[in-house]
Write a new protein. Structure first.
Length: 506
């Protein structure tokens, strides 16, 4: 470390453990409830029309408030926001686990989303300001990237275990343990570097426009899944989202202290990360849903076995993130990790397009999951790091929030878009082959074949989306590796240089 550089926090690696626990809790919560939902619906007598709100209440609050949460972290302090977010998330999870009716459960899920929107950007921005040395930053983001990528699959497995051997309420209660451990550790070992807060006054018009715009966008995709893309409410929500977000951009370009400084997203490399990461998540979220139903409905796996079946992908993600991405990040340009990573994931997805009712797990699904995990793990790690690399310390929270926003919006788009494609293909296949049905057994087989045909059709789209993510990574991201001087973005805004100067590279 050069003379005159500030000393590194000796407890930073201990802090990483608790930041990672918090991140795992937030990510797995997005899928753990999916496995528990059928049991919760039966227990609380939730109608079919309302059951989607168990998921939607969380995603709307989380996605809509992320930018606001990131700005609060910059303003009030990331450690404080981190701890408040953890304790609030734990309280909301306890409320949901103890729910006695639909309203109580939906309210708790919305509260989880509110505190998650405060917690998630605070966690990533803490990582950004605590790890400033290139090789250490690579290792830290390797771990974080593996958790961010694999947490959703872990949630499917954990949700299956808890639902099958305890009950659905433990899919929510389990968060209390994660949150309490992470909060206690944060109080003890996390030290936020001085001079990194953004104490400018809060941009209230920006908060309102961004929140309403993102809520309209996420809800629009939710309604598209259930009502169709041409439904009046769907179109109205998309129009409202476009108007609100356009107004947000206009306001942010003119106010003195914007909620989201446009320099954060207009810098070429960060913009490339947000776009490619969002596209990649579109493909991944649809895959989780399709494979979960394929394993449980078509193959007859139990929830626990279904969860275990995802483990090779988790192992692949951890390997790609910590053993490939982290080792090469300080020597290889990010686009040469992200682009090939997305291509490898696309190859894994391509294998899954061959899925059939009688497909073999070891011969088809296993190699596909391994490739998906390796590819996404390799790509996610440098993406997470580059998204906050080179930002001004005062912008670390909103830059981190944009990473989560791109993932959240991508997940909403993926679920709605790919489900719609799958449903349409399923209906078309069943209609075309209905005349061949001569017995109840044949009708059941046709139902499964149509379902799997729909999955395969949607997965083809996911392949194309991952290829598009790879193209964007190759074309838009031109910075050098994160172990030394990086190329200028070319827009004249700032030159990104990873030097051990105070807090984070300027």
């Amino acid at each position: 470390m050069p003379a005159g550089a500030p000393p590194l926090d000796p407890r930073r690696w201990k802090a990483l453990v608790f930041i990672a626990i918090a991140q795992l809790m937030v990510v797995l919560d997005a899928t753990i409830v999916n496995i528990a939902l059928p049991s919760a619906q039966h227990d609380l007598h939730i109608s079919d029309g309302n059951r989607q709100w168990v998921i939607t209440a969380y995603t709307l609050a989380f996605g809509g408030l992320l930018l606001f949460g990131g700005r609060i972290a910059d303003l009030a302090g990331r450690k404080r926001a981190f701890i408040i977010g953890l304790l609030g998330f734990a309280g909301a999870s306890a409320l949901g686990g103890a729910a006695v009716n639909t309203s109580m459960l939906l309210g708790a899920r919305a509260l989880q989303g509110v505190f998650g929107a405060l917690l998630a950007p605070a966690a990533l921005s803490l990582l950004s300001v605590m790890f400033t040395e290139a090789k250490e930053r690579a290792k830290a983001f390797g771990i974080y990237g593996a958790i961010a990528g694999g947490g959703a699959a872990i949630g499917l497995m954990l949700g299956g275990v808890l639902t099958e051997y305890l009950n659905w309420r433990w899919a929510l209660f389990v968060n209390i343990g994660f949150a309490v451990v992470a909060a206690a550790g944060a109080i003890a070992v996390i030290h936020e570097p001085a001079g990194t807060r953004n104490r400018n006054r809060l941009d209230i018009p920006g908060v309102l426009l961004a929140t309403l715009g993102l809520v309209s966008l996420v809800y629009g995709f939710t309604r598209a899944e259930s009502n169709g893309w041409g439904a009046g409410i769907t179109v109205g929500l998309f129009v409202a989202a476009a108007v609100l977000l356009f107004a947000f951009v206009i306001v942010e370009s003119r106010v003195a202290t914007p909620l989201l400084p446009l320099r954060v997203v207009t810098e070429r490399n960060r913009g490339g990360v947000f776009a490619s990461l969002g596209l990649a998540v579109i493909g991944m979220f649809g895959l989780f849903l399709f494979l979960t139903y394929y394993m449980q409905v078509v193959k007859g796996y139990t929830p626990v076995v279904s969860g275990v079946a995802f483990l090779p992908m988790v192992v692949g993600m951890i390997t790609g993130s910590t053993q490939i991405g982290a080792r090469l990040m300080t020597r290889v340009r990010p686009r040469l990790l992200m682009g090939p990573g997305f291509v490898v994931a696309a190859i894994g997805m391509l294998i899954l397009t061959q899925i059939k009712v009688d497909s073999s797990y070891p011969a088809l699904i296993l190699p596909a999951l391994v490739l998906l995990g390796l590819g996404m793990g390799t790509a996610f790690m440098p993406a997470m790091s580059l998204a906050t690399h080179g930002v001004q310390p005062r912008d670390a929270g909103v830059a981190s929030a944009m990473v989560n926003t791109s993932q959240q919006v991508g997940g909403s788009i993926g679920t709605a878009l790919l489900n719609t494609i799958a449903a349409s293909a399923t209906t078309s296949y069943a209609t075309a082959h209905l005349a061949q049905v001569r017995s109840p057994q044949a009708a059941k087989l046709l139902q499964l074949q149509a379902m799997v045909h729909g999955y395969a059709a949607a997965i083809w789209w996911a392949v194309g989306i991952l290829v598009a993510a790879a193209v964007i990574a190759f074309v838009a991201i031109n910075t050098g590796h994160q172990g030394g001087p990086s190329a200028s973005s070319g827009d004249g805004e700032e030159e990104v240089v990873d030097l051990p100067i105070p807090v984070v590279a300027h």
